[in-house]
Structure formats: structure tokens, C-alpha cells
Design a protein around this ligand. Structure first.
Ligand SMILES: Cc1ncc(COP(=O)(O)O)c(C=O)c1O
Length: 396
């Protein structure tokens, strides 16, 4: 008999799994280019050449103990290189001791939450949000407290203030955001810091940053390090180097964090006891040599532009994402998310309803699919609009 919690988790996970299977079924019938599967956020660009070169070079080098255990936080030289890069970006003096190498952002988040939470401690999340946070917080017996954002998915510090209780231990921010693509402003980060500093106990900000390098229109993402004091960053190269299957990332505790010593030490222990022990040795070395590389962001930007035009030209509404890999479009008025998903399905177009991100009334479409798929999908958006009697804004 499995645990009651897992019975619930199995029920919750089945919808996305079914969608994945349905996408594969449709592709086997109609061909890959005629199924518009926007449901999965799996980066499809190849990693930059620097990554392949570093991997080959390292495999050919005789480094004694290269495959051995190491400190739970990872190689000192890799951590120092990351600390140097983050110091350059933020203007802060960041030491290698701030960094713990992890098995992607998912493990980073679990390490941090394990280090922070006592049973029933509350973690504020900003809707819409990446639903895996629910599982991560539950893993460490915490409670999710949802705070809404405005109609453009912009969070407001005053709304967050209203959610703070004596049990609030942390808030998770994610900019650029999955699923909205919104980048949080300097003003928001400053106001958030002020609100948290005014609380009668320490509240940690966990900044989940896997999309920080994927921003468009020449924008730069304001560095949370500059504006937030009690900060822990969770980063991963899953998206910026297209390495989600390799599982490599890190946590970084801000030097301004009032719990710096305890938190850096606790995260290293959590990394071990939660089962990662340390992040993959070879990938730490690869990262150190390709730290300033990233995937061709202009490619994602073109796809964003193309998919956004399809949606808006056909007559639907969406906030144009500033970053990340998703468009969070409005569900047309009068329809539930499930009804809209069903109508899209009839045109071989697969989306994920907003309820999966704690924000019903919307649908997430991932644009990390081929340009051909996005081009071909245009007629499906127009056909769906026709079915719903929605006037087009442009020609097909
Ligand atoms: C917002 C967000 N956080 C964390 C993760 C987990 O990333 P990783 O592959 O590094 O574990 C993802 C993955 O899609 C994500 O979208």
C-alpha cells in the first residue's frame, strides 16, 4: 500500500501524463508537423558548441579522482567561477561558499525548502506559478499560500503583505515567469524587500531563475541579488544551455542574507541527505568551462513572435511574454478551460489549462517546438476562432 500523499499525487499527475500520451498518439496518426503540441516545455535547441567541446576535452583529460565523491556543495573551482559571474552581474562581493551545486533547479528548491521549513510553515507563491512548487513544499511539510497577480500577471508587494502571517517562512518568485513570461521589475523587487524587512520575523525570498537568460526585445532581467537582502537563488542550466536531462544547477545564498552561515551549511547537508549527495561531477566541470555560453535566444524570440501573432491575429487575447518559453493566453469568454482545451484538441492543438498553474481562465502554450509546427498551427488558431465566432484581427 503506497502512502496517502502519493495516492493524491498520482491522481494529480495523470492529466499531464494523458496529454503527453495523447500528443504522441496524434503525431503517430497525422505526422509530427500536423499536430500542434504546445503542452510540454522541453527545450528543443541543441546546447551551444562550447558545451560539446568542454565535454569532449574533459573526457580526454586524465584528471585524478575525476569520478570520485566530493564536498556536498561541489567543486570549489566551479563554485568560485559562478560566484565571480554573479558578483560581476550584481556588484556584490560573492564568495564560493555562497554556492552549492545541485541536480537542477528542482533539487535546488528541495534543498532550500528542506533547510528552511518546519512542519506547517507557510510559503507564499505568486499565481500563476509552476505547479511543481506544490510538491516541493509538501515534501518538507510546508503549506502553500497563493497570492494572486494583476490582469497582466504583475505581482504587487501590498498583496503579498496581506498574505504574511507569523508562519510565513519564505516566498518563491520566478522571473521570467513560467507560465506568464513576465519579468519582475526593479520597483517590485524593491517594494517586496521593504515589505519583508518590515515583517516581525525573517522571511526568505527563494528566487527560482531557470529562465533568467531567456529574455527578449533586448530586455535584461533585474538581478534579485541587487534588490533583495534575505535571498536564495535556485538556478539551472536546463533552459539556458538546453541541458534538462543532465540535471545541473545551483543554489546561491546572498551575502546580504542574515542567515548566510546557517543557510549555506544547511543546504549542503540537505543536498546530501535528500539523496543527490553532490551534483554530477563531469557536468560541474563542463559548466565551469562554458559559464558564459547560452543557447541562441533569438531563435526562441522568433518563435515567440510567430506564435503570439497566430494567437492575436486569429482574434484571441494574450499578454506578450517578455521571457521564458510560454505564452499564457486568455481562455475565450464563456468557456471553461476544459471546454476550450477540447475545442483546440479537435484541431490537433494541445494546450494546458490555466488551472494547472493556479490561474483558471487561461491556457499555457510552450513555444519550444519547431518553427514549422508553429507556422502550420496558424490555420488551427483561425479555425478555432471561426468555430467560436471570434472575429479575426488579420488575414490567415
Ligand atoms: C519555473 C521552473 N522552476 C523549476 C524548474 C525545474 O527545472 P530543472 O530542470 O532545473 O529541475 C522548471 C522546469 O521546467 C521551471 O519551469
Amino acid at each position: 500500500m503506497i502512502a496517502n500523499n502519493m495516492v493524491k499525487a498520482l491522481q494529480g499527475g495523470s492529466k499531464i501524463r494523458k496529454m503527453f500520451e495523447e500528443g504522441n498518439r496524434l503525431k503517430s496518426i497525422y505526422g509530427v508537423d500536423n499536430v500542434y503540441d504546445f503542452s510540454i516545455g522541453n527545450p528543443d535547441l541543441e546546447p551551444p558548441v562550447e558545451v560539446k567541446k568542454a565535454l569532449i576535452d574533459i573526457a580526454n583529460e586524465d584528471i585524478p579522482g575525476m569520478h570520485g565523491y566530493m564536498s556536498n556543495s561541489g567543486y570549489e573551482s566551479t563554485r568560485a567561477a559562478i560566484a565571480k559571474k554573479r558578483s560581476e552581474e550584481s556588484g556584490l562581493q560573492i564568495d564560493a561558499s555562497a554556492v552549492c551545486m545541485t541536480v537542477g533547479a528542482a533539487a535546488a528548491m528541495n534543498d532550500v525548502l528542506h533547510s528552511l521549513l518546519d512542519p506547517e510553515d507557510e510559503v507564499i507563491v505568486l499565481a500563476p506559478y509552476f505547479m511543481e512548487y506544490n510538491g516541493y513544499i509538501a515534501n518538507h511539510n510546508g503549506k502553500v499560500v497563493i497570492c494572486d497577480t494583476d490582469e497582466k500577471f504583475v505581482p504587487h508587494a501590498e498583496d503579498i503583505k496581506a498574505k504574511i502571517t507569523s508562519r510565513t517562512k519564505a516566498i518563491i518568485i520566478n522571473s521570467p515567469n513560467n507560465p506568464s513570461g513576465v519579468v519582475y521589475s526593479e520597483q517590485f523587487l524593491t517594494e517586496l524587500n521593504d515589505v519583508l524587512k518590515a515583517a516581525d520575523h525573517t522571511i526568505q525570498v527563494i528566487s527560482d531563475e531557470p529562465y533568467i537568460d531567456l529574455v527578449y526585445d533586448g530586455l535584461t532581467v533585474p538581478s534579485a541579488l541587487k534588490f533583495i537582502d534575505n535571498l536564495v537563488i535556485c538556478f539551472s542550466w536546463s533552459k539556458s544551455l538546453s541541458l534538462p536531462g543532465e540535471r545541473i544547477g545551483y543554489t546561491l545564498v546572498s551575502p546580504k542574507n542574515e542567515d548566510y552561515n546557517d543557510l549555506t551549511a544547511a543546504i549542503a547537508i540537505s543536498n546530501r541527505t535528500l539523496g543527490s549527495v553532490n551534483a554530477p561531477a563531469i557536468w560541474q566541470r563542463v559548466i565551469e568551462r562554458s559559464l558564459y555560453a547560452k543557447v541562441d535566444v533569438s531563435n526562441y524570440e522568433n518563435r515567440r513572435n510567430q506564435l503570439y501573432s497566430n494567437i492575436v491575429d486569429a482574434g484571441f487575447d494574450a499578454v506578450k511574454p517578455q521571457g521564458a518559453l510560454y505564452i499564457f493566453m486568455n481562455t475565450p469568454q464563456g468557456l471553461t478551460d476544459d471546454e476550450f482545451a477540447d475545442i483546440c484538441h479537435e484541431e490537433n492543438l494541445l494546450i494546458v489549462g490555466g488551472a494547472a498553474f493556479a490561474k483558471p481562465g487561461y491556457a499555457r502554450l510552450a513555444f519550444c517546438v519547431s518553427e514549422k509546427t508553429i507556422q502550420n498551427s496558424r490555420k488551427a488558431f483561425f479555425a478555432i476562432a471561426d468555430k467560436l465566432g471570434i472575429p479575426h484581427r488579420s488575414e490567415l
